[in-house]
Write a protein of this length. Structure first.
Length: 383
């Protein structure tokens, strides 16, 4: 309910909310109060079982429809639905997305399907649809390309943001400590990173920590090196911060697929300059030579508009297979050169780190920036 200008927003998070929304709940916009559907505390066995049944049912339903979710917002004035799920409600609503493909459930063939596009346009045409909140300008562009000029006015860019994290420190004589975090090893370029690091370790006294589901052949090959550490991706956000981000000083993320890259925001919030690629929204986060370094991709799975090249890859497994089979020495050398640059040039590292913290704490990727845009959107919706 409204109280002295307060706006109550129902934040549809679902059963397992994306980590991007944790800091949104902790640091909401001024005069905005969130209510959610996310379960609190440890879930009972019955609750977990019920959720699995609902997921199985949704898998059947989703064969015919794009992601939608019935919501019960109570007295909230506005509904903000996350993770690409369009809310079924009579109240003013927003949906956020990291890429247009997400609004189709990341399902092959749907973006170009007239049937599924009709569904999306019909839902966004509702009078109570107040907007699609794209995580990046690239995501914004993909949604506009799909929905057309008439509905483009409803698409807005509001990037996720993270609260300030403890700053990673690096003294002039400290050895470089590289960090990679990403569950999907090949898609995130983990194999290219390890090959690049072989070159880096010959010229520096560095260490590398890889937090991923690393295939056994890579573990067997590289475990003999004491300066390489492999960890399973089973840590909480707090544990990752304390045990890894705060104890590293350079983040490396040579991704082929990421639509946004929350781990890059996490690294920047700790003051870690990032070496990444020019995949989709990455250059919006990492500005080459200012807060990190960009290695251009030599193999792309998206077209210039940011859409998956479905005519080249029949399935996602084929995408992974082609990425995994690549061994592009020029691309690997580019990653290695950038790693060596940040390892050896302390002044360059300091400047990039300083800009990471500025962007994350007070600048274009800050909570204050995000909150101002969200408050404006919510306010407009209840007028």
């Amino acid at each position: 309910m409204e109280d002295d200008g307060e706006i109550e927003v129902f934040l549809r998070l679902g059963h397992f909310p994306h980590g991007a929304y944790q800091d949104l709940l902790k640091f909401p916009p001024a005069k905005v109060r969130y209510t959610t559907d996310a379960p609190s505390g440890k879930q009972s066995t019955a609750s977990v079982r019920s959720h699995k049944i609902k997921l199985a049912a949704w898998e059947l339903v989703s064969r015919a429809v794009i992601p939608v979710a019935a919501v019960r917002p109570g007295d909230a004035q506005v509904v903000h639905s996350t993770n690409n799920f369009i809310p079924i409600t009579k109240k003013p609503w927003f949906v956020d997305t990291e890429h247009a493909w997400g609004l189709f459930g990341f399902k092959y063939g749907r973006v170009n399907s007239a049937y599924y596009r009709w569904q999306l346009k019909a839902l966004l045409s509702q009078d109570n649809c107040k907007g699609v909140l794209a995580w990046s300008d690239k995501a914004n562009h993909t949604v506009r390309k799909v929905v057309g000029e008439k509905l483009s006015q409803k698409v807005h860019t509001i990037r996720p943001a993270l609260a300030p994290r403890p700053e990673a420190k690096r003294k002039p004589r400290d050895n470089p400590k590289f960090l990679f975090v990403g569950k999907r090893f090949y898609e995130k370029g983990g194999h290219d990173l390890l090959r690049a690091y072989e070159k880096v370790r010959r010229k520096t006294d560095a260490t590398l920590t890889v937090i991923s589901d690393v295939p056994a052949p890579f573990v067997q090959k590289y475990s003999k090196f004491k300066d390489i550490r492999f960890e399973k991706p089973n840590y909480s956000h707090a544990q990752l911060s304390e045990k890894f981000y705060q104890k590293s000083n350079i983040f490396v993320f040579p991704t082929y697929v990421d639509t946004f890259g929350m781990v890059v925001l996490e690294a920047m919030a700790h003051g870690l300059p990032t070496i990444t690629t020019d995949c989709l929204a990455m250059p919006e986060l990492v500005e080459d030579g200012r807060n990190g370094l960009i290695q251009p991709l030599s193999f792309r799975i998206h077209d210039s508009d940011g859409f998956l090249l479905e005519h080249r890859f029949r399935t996602w497994d084929e995408v992974i297979s082609q990425i995994a089979s690549r061994n592009d020495e020029k691309f690997i050398d580019g990653i290695a050169d950038r790693m060596i640059c940040l390892a050896e040039e302390g002044k360059t590292w300091s400047g990039l780190s300083k800009n990471c913290l500025a962007d994350s704490r007070t600048g274009r990727l800050s909570i204050s920036r995000r909150n101002g845009l969200l408050h404006g959107a919510y306010s407009e919706a209840v007028r």
